[in-house]
Design a protein around this ligand. Structure first.
Ligand SMILES: Cc1cc2nc3c(=O)[nH]c(=O)nc-3n(C[C@H](O)[C@H](O)[C@H](O)COP(=O)(O)OP(=O)(O)OC[C@H]3O[C@@H](n4cnc5c(N)ncnc54)[C@H](O)[C@@H]3O)c2cc1C
Length: 393
């Protein structure tokens, strides 16, 4: 019998494991992960940016956890010698109508007491010589890291302190008793007092296994990337972002220098027809039917049809993708970029068609369900882990 069982060995499940260890040093803890290695899904397939927290509205969990999480992630990497860089980023307006939105972002940064600087197009060029824009905001505290490596360190620490991590173990059924819960897995049965669901793209289904009516559905949005060919990496020094559409939780296609030196361009955001389907042609009937029969999805489509169509075109047409990139760096051409691996965001959607913007943790008897932990949950993971544990009654 374990005191705590965590479902999901992504960065959120693992940070929760570490936070549990700190708060309950004598407790028995197990992390159950269905894949053969940790961080196989969102955590291992993202942009690798340590966000500053500038984007998120004051008062949200995202704002609170990300500005603190930025510092704790950087401290963690320093403490454990994980390769990372605090390289800073520019957010740039390339059209006149984006200037007020850029100013809003700047004001948001100031409100949250972040280090931010308004810069002219000339000053942007001093930082990113190939960017063409009208104005920018410079955020020096943004950085880059490989979150798979961060997660590996989290998992080592959990195990050094007596916690267990079981790989290839998929939770298939949850039986609730008055004093314990039985998790039926493909590897046998685990008995526990308390369950923490950090199952990412499957967090809503795991909540359903525990008969929790979470009133949201995970809609998988694939983020596709291209990569600059090595000879063109000089076009990007660090991180170059457009001004995001304020109606969307996604940040718009951007350029990211990864910690391994490669430069990624993307991600877009298209509906995936399979929850863990990383190829455009991947399809799963249950996943597809669930989205198509969910009223919230059609309300979302009705509100954002234009944007959705643009994203689909950008997904199927390299020319359209490159055209978006050229808004930031006009010199980029079709032959400068090649397809790179994609990631899939677990984005919760309400039945009324509203995308859940903030982190969402649902409390149940002897369980917590993390039902929305999209970007920047990797940056904020140490803070999210602590926040989850602080909600244990
Ligand atoms: C394209 C993209 C770009 C992003 N860029 C950034 C970025 O630059 N910076 C940033 O901070 N964040 C970024 N994010 C967000 C960040 O990656 C996620 O918020 C974070 O990784 C979520 O972690 P998680 O542990 O909740 O989910 P995951 O990493 O998806 O982990 C969930 C785990 O649960 C396991 N699981 C599921 N069901 C079961 C089951 N039944 N039994 C056992 N195990 C199960 C899965 O196999 C998986 O390993 C990005 C995300 C994407 C997709």
């Amino acid at each position: 019998m374990y005191n705590f069982a965590i479902i999901g060995g992504g960065i959120v499940g693992l940070s929760t494991g570490m936070a549990l260890r700190q708060r309950y040093p004598d407790a028995s803890i197990i992390v159950l992960e269905k894949e053969a290695c940790i961080a196989s899904h969102q955590t291992g397939r993202n942009s690798g940016v340590i966000h500053s927290g500038i984007y998120y509205p004051s008062g949200s969990f995202k704002a609170k956890f990300t500005s603190v999480g930025n510092k704790s992630m950087i401290d963690f990497c320093r403490t454990y010698d994980i390769p990372h860089e605090v390289c800073g980023k520019v957010i740039v307006a390339t059209r006149k109508k984006e200037l007020p939105l850029l100013d809003n972002l700047y004001q948001r940064g100031l409100e949250k007491k972040l280090e931010v600087k308004k810069i002219s197009s000339q000053e942007v060029k001093e930082i990113e010589p190939y960017v063409n824009c009208l104005a920018g905001v410079y955020v020096p505290t943004s950085g880059i890291v490989d979150y798979k490596k961060v997660s590996q360190k989290y998992s080592e620490l959990i195990q050094e302190q007596g916690g267990e991590i079981l790989l290839n173990t998929k939770v298939e059924r949850i039986i609730k008793n008055s004093d314990s819960q039985i998790l039926e897995t493909n590897q046998g049965t685990i008995k526990t007092n308390f369950v923490i669901n950090c199952a990412g793209l499957y967090s809503d289904r795991v909540a359903q296994l525990a008969q929790v009516d979470n009133q949201v559905k995970i809609v998988p949005f694939r983020g596709e990337y291209y990569e600059l060919i090595p000879e063109k990496r000089y076009l990007v020094k660090n991180l170059i972002y457009p001004v995001p559409n304020p109606d969307f939780p996604f940040l718009g296609v951007h350029f990211t220098r990864m910690i391994d030196g490669s430069v990624h361009a993307g991600p877009n955001a298209v509906l995936s027809l399979k929850r863990e389907g990383y190829e455009k042609t991947d399809f799963n009937l249950r996943d597809f039917a669930e989205v198509m029969t969910y009223p919230g999805f059609w309300k979302l489509v009705a509100k954002h049809a234009d944007e959705g169509i643009k994203e689909m075109i950008r997904s199927f047409s390299k020319a359209a993708f490159v055209h978006s990139l050229q808004q930031l760096i006009p010199e980029v051409t079709m032959s400068d970029v090649v397809v790179s691996k994609s990631g899939i965001r677990a984005q919760a959607l309400e039945t009324n068609g509203k995308l859940v913007n903030d982190f969402l943790i649902i409390q149940d008897t002897q369980a917590l369900h993390v039902c929305n932990a999209p970007s920047p949950a990797a940056t904020a993971s140490l803070e999210i882990g602590k926040a989850i544990v602080s909600q244990i009654p």
